[in-house]
Design a protein around this ligand. Structure first.
Ligand code: NAD
Length: 250
């Protein structure tokens, strides 16, 4: 069943990992998808793969930490597909690992700019377009670290807690206008965000934090994002949904 038939969806950070899986799943469920990323090669490849599978997708190069780019991204979506029904604000980075008292100042700015400001800039331009159209759905990518702390990751933890707060604020403001806004809280997921930067030993240590006994896969997160984006979740707004192999329950 194509639950997103005739819908237009925009996904940031869709050139890799979770965003790529979300974009592909949206397309398989009938949506026309705008693939947005700063990585041209990754983003183009995802759009091409969707087109080759018979889906509708375009790639738009866009930096989520740049408000002008975020405004332009919505404008290009509207000019190409005439509507914007769903936005998944997913672009993010891990950032440096250091204790808060030693955290590099420029790295703090960078992580906050992409992981927190990026979600605000996204919603800043998506919400008016959706409001004008009479409705829409936004899914923001938070993390388990939007609910608890993690040593060495103060900027990431602060940004993701901020994403949960922003999500709640927007949901309170826009739910009566037909726009639902939710946040997803993945546990550690096997994507380049981890695999590019961590050793096998470090990955194994992360596995031990998840009672389910493994890391998550990006496809599993995409399934939750799809449900939150679909009419099946019509009464769900303002929520934060962990998908974490019992990481938080522990
Ligand atoms: P990833 O590195 O595989 O993909 C992230 C994508 O975002 C990349 O394609 C990258 O080019 C893009 N990106 C980075 N900065 C950008 C910017 N300024 N503008 C536009 N695009 C940008 O990582 P992922 O694991 O798929 O992460 C996706 C989201 O999920 C992030 O917000 C991350 O914090 C969150 N998340 C990841 C995990 C995990 O363990 N992998 C856990 C919880 C939450």
């Amino acid at each position: 069943m194509e639950v997103l038939k005739n819908k237009v969806a925009l996904v940031t950070g869709a050139g890799s990992g979770i965003g790529k899986c979300v974009a592909e799943l949206y397309a398989r469920n009938g949506a026309s998808v705008v693939i947005s990323d700063i990585d041209e090669k990754g983003g183009e490849a995802v759009a091409k793969a969707i087109q080759q599978a018979g889906g509708k997708a375009i790639f738009v190069k866009s930096d989520s930490s740049n408000p002008g780019d975020c405004e332009q991204l919505v404008a290009q979506t509207l000019s190409e597909f005439k509507q914007l029904d769903i936005a998944c604000n997913n672009a993010g980075i891990g950032g440096a690992a250091a204790p808060t008292g030693e955290y590099p100042l420029e790295e703090w700015q960078k992580v906050i700019n992409i992981n927190l400001n990026g979600v605000f800039y996204g919603m800043r331009y998506q919400l008016p377009a959706m409001e004008k159209a009479g409705g829409g759905v936004i899914v923001n990518m938070a993390s388990i670290l939007g609910a608890v702390g993690f040593a060495g990751s103060c900027a990431y933890v602060a940004a993701k807690h901020g994403v949960v707060g922003l999500t709640q604020a927007a949901a309170v403001e826009y739910s009566a206008k037909g726009i639902r806004v939710n946040a997803v809280g993945p546990g550690f997921i096997e994507t380049p965000l981890l695999t590019k930067h961590l050793s096998q030993e470090q990955m194994q240590a992360l596995v031990g934090l998840h009672p389910i006994g493994r890391l998550g896969q990006p496809e599993e997160v995409a399934e939750m994002v799809l449900w939150l984006s679909s009419p099946q979740s019509s009464f769900v707004t303002g929520g934060y949904y962990p998908i974490d192999g019992a990481y938080l329950a522990r």
